[in-house]
Design a protein around this ligand. Structure first.
Ligand code: 13P
Length: 261
């Protein structure tokens, strides 16, 4: 069976103590699930990473950073370099989250510099993409996603696809004011994403996991995960209590297994 991806972005929530507690609970609760069957990853805030990396069994959970600068060092006040993340033993970085793009104004060109830097430094690089509500209104999702993919991965070689993950997170679906995408709509966009990745990288593009994120919850996780082009779920609010995320993971994994049998 294909691995199912489950991850959470903790955004700017949870201090060091709460993050460590959460990670310990989550790893204990999910310890019996084979990591051949799932990839579990958590992306907490920078300040928690140092403690988090030494406090949990990293065979059970992969830890990543929420952002990264495209330079190793320099006059970049407030930024974190790939070397600093490597120093903590991290090998996963998220680039271009919707909040980075839309709250902090990051552009596709900036995401591309970060993606290339992440890959050059050996990080598994998770690029987040998604259209706004306005773009969706005109059914521009496919065009917007293609643009974000083509610019985001510009200059990236097909040999690097083993370290690329993509998260489709429509801007209108994220957070407290978000409306989850319907399973049909998500599948349509995921299929476009996969098509575009194959155009860019050839057969190697087929292997890139594409995760859905945006108001994933216990009520929609099953119908999303059974979509043929959805390889995993990238969860915010519904994952921030370890027992609830554990339940969601088990439910979605079971559903994915029965659908793929
Ligand atoms: P929510 O699940 O809270 O909508 O957040 C999703 C998200 O932004 C994951 O990166």
């Amino acid at each position: 069976m294909k691995k199912v991806y489950f991850g959470s972005n903790l955004k700017m929530y949870k201090n060091i103590e709460d993050t460590v507690k959460y990670l310990r609970e989550l790893t204990e609760l999910t310890a019996d699930i084979s990591r051949e069957e799932i990839e579990l990853f958590i992306i907490p805030s920078y300040t928690t990473l140092d403690r988090a990396t030494t406090s949990v069994d990293r065979n059970l959970v992969r830890l990543g950073a929420q952002n990264m600068c495209w330079e190793e060092q320099g006059q970049f006040t407030g930024e974190i370099s790939p070397l600093m993340l490597q120093e903590m033993g991290l090998d996963l970085v998220m680039i271009g989250h919707s909040e980075r793009r839309h709250v902090f104004g990051e552009t596709d060109e900036e995401e591309n510099r970060k993606v290339k830097c992440g890959l050059e430094h050996g990080f598994t690089t998770l690029l987040c993409i998604g259209e706004t509500a306005e773009e969706k209104k005109y059914d521009l999702g496919p065009e917007v996603l293609r643009t974000q993919i083509k610019i985001g991965f510009d200059g990236v070689d097909a040999s690097e696809t083993g370290k690329i993950w993509v998260a489709y997170e429509p801007v209108w679906s994220i957070g407290v004011n978000g409306t989850p995408a319907t399973a049909d709509y998500a599948e349509r966009m995921h299929a476009e994403i996969k098509k575009c990745l194959i155009e860019l990288f050839g057969r190697a593009g087929e292997e890139i996991p594409v995760l859905y994120g945006g108001s994933v919850n216990p009520g929609n996780a099953e119908e999303l995960i059974v979509q043929p082009s959805v390889d995993g779920l990238f969860v915010g609010r519904s994952a921030w209590e370890a027992d609830k995320f554990n339940d969601l993971i088990r439910m979605a994994k079971k559903k994915a297994e029965t659908a793929r049998d």
